[in-house]
Design a protein around this ligand. Structure first.
Ligand code: HEC
Length: 386
């Protein structure tokens, strides 16, 4: 469809705004306005209703959120259910972050593509500006010559009074529909009804807040308790997630837990001798930091039995526990570090295993301290350090 129009060109934003106001006051029909940038307040001055892009954005966002909720439910509860600490597979609170991000992404993309679609823009599209310069430093106001009563001369005069630099009559092919059009009565009614609905919703929410006021003498309400309380399984009610009904599954052979360093020796004296041949202390005697750590470890974990000087006169030994041999004289001096590590790790006879209490590093550091006790200049007892 083509239409007859009157096109006025302006050099300044303020002139354009004044012309828009004057034209509307004169009851002339504005077809569209072209500007090189977004002129703030122009849509309001034109009396256009707000862009419908907000609806596209809301719809896109909602679809994104729903899709992500569905996808998470499907992946974690239907297609590949993985049991994590007995938590339910289908759990809304865990799905919220991804659903939110999906909503934002879909809302943004939908808005951009809706704008391109409505404006019929696509890559490589050739557009002729309505007048040269509207993409640069000119503003164009297009009036529609709706009927024969349109007085082009009077309108031109009005526009020139508003400092239009150029006014010309033109026949336009209708290929570009503006995003906004004057609000219809039906739309206004619809919008008003929607507002009432939102008001009602607000009232319900406020009422709910008062109805569910917390009672301090009782525990709070729980809305999604499934993340707080995992189901307790027993022999009576087996865990349905595993064929054997047990929640704690034995680890797959060869798997190491985090921080675990396996020791490839059995708990026998022969293996202790082998460890003595093969293992080396990772710390050197000159390592002051490891030495200090070793002293602290020994003070804390070993003195109760071995005594501060390693003589086997610890408090529990003096009160009846089988006294350990002196670490300073005798066998220990001849044992290589690896063998001591084996003994400390697995224990021996009345010496309890320390692997559950001390990391491998701390065990090696304690050996460093035993060695320092064995040197003739070593102090016979160490003071506890703060
Ligand atoms: C509950 C008391 C107790 C504690 C705690 C203890 N030990 Fe022992 N330890 C013993 C006893 C008892 C023996 C002797 C074991 C035996 O008869 O073979 C021993 C033996 C040893 C030996 C071998 C000595 C040798 O000459 O055969 C070493 C090395 C040793 N302990 C190091 C340590 C270190 C290091 C710690 C601290 C991380 C420690 N022990 C903690 C009681 C203890």
């Amino acid at each position: 469809m083509s239409k007859r129009t009157l096109v006025a060109v302006f050099e300044h934003e303020a002139d354009l705004m004044r012309a828009v106001a004057a034209v509307r006051a004169a009851d002339l029909k504005i077809d569209d306005v072209y500007a090189p940038y977004a002129v703030h307040g122009l849509d309001r001055a034109l009396g256009w209703r707000p862009s419908r892009l907000g609806w596209a954005c809301a719809l896109g966002g909602m679809s994104g959120a729903i899709f992500m909720l569905w996808l998470q439910w499907w992946t974690s509860a239907v297609s590949w259910p993985l049991n994590v600490g007995g938590k339910p597979w289908n759990s809304l609170p865990a799905f919220v972050p991804v659903a939110f991000e999906g909503m934002v992404l879909a809302a943004g993309l939908t808005t951009v593509f809706a704008l391109l679609a409505v404006a019929r823009l696509r890559p490589g599209k050739k557009t002729r500006p309505i007048v040269p310069g509207v993409a640069d430093d000119r503003f164009a106001l297009v009036l529609e010559e709706a009927d024969a009563a349109f007085d082009a001369a009077a309108a031109s005069k009005l526009l020139r009074n508003c400092r239009a630099v150029e006014v010309s009559e033109r026949v336009l092919e209708d290929e570009f529909s503006p995003l906004g059009a004057p609000a219809g009565a039906a739309r206004t009614r619809l919008r008003r009804r929607l507002n009432y609905l939102l008001l009602l919703l607000l009232a319900v929410v406020v009422a709910m807040v008062f109805l569910t006021l917390p009672d301090p003498s009782r525990p709070n309400r729980e809305f999604f308790p499934d993340m707080a309380h995992s189901p307790a399984y027993s022999s009576a009610s087996a865990n349905p997630n595993f064929p054997d009904g047990k929640t704690l599954q034995s680890p797959v052979p060869g798997v190491l837990t985090q921080g675990q360093s396996p020791l490839h020796y059995d708990a026998t004296d022969a293996e202790a001798l082998r460890a003595g041949r093969e293992l080396r202390n990772p710390f050197s005697a000159k390592d002051a930091k490891a030495g200090a750590r070793g002293a602290l470890v020994f003070q804390t974990y070993c003195t109760p039995c071995h005594g501060g000087g390693g003589l086997g006169d610890g408090a529990v030994a003096l009160r009846g526990y089988p006294a350990p041999p002196s670490l300073v004289t005798g066998d220990t001096t001849k044992m290589p570090d690896g063998q001591l590590f084996h003994i400390i790790t697995y224990g021996r006879v009345n010496m309890p295993a320390q692997s559950g209490l001390l990391s491998p590093e701390d065990r090696w550091a304690a050996i460093l301290h035993i060695r320092s006790l064995q040197t003739p200049t070593a102090p016979k007892s160490i003071e506890a350090k703060p």
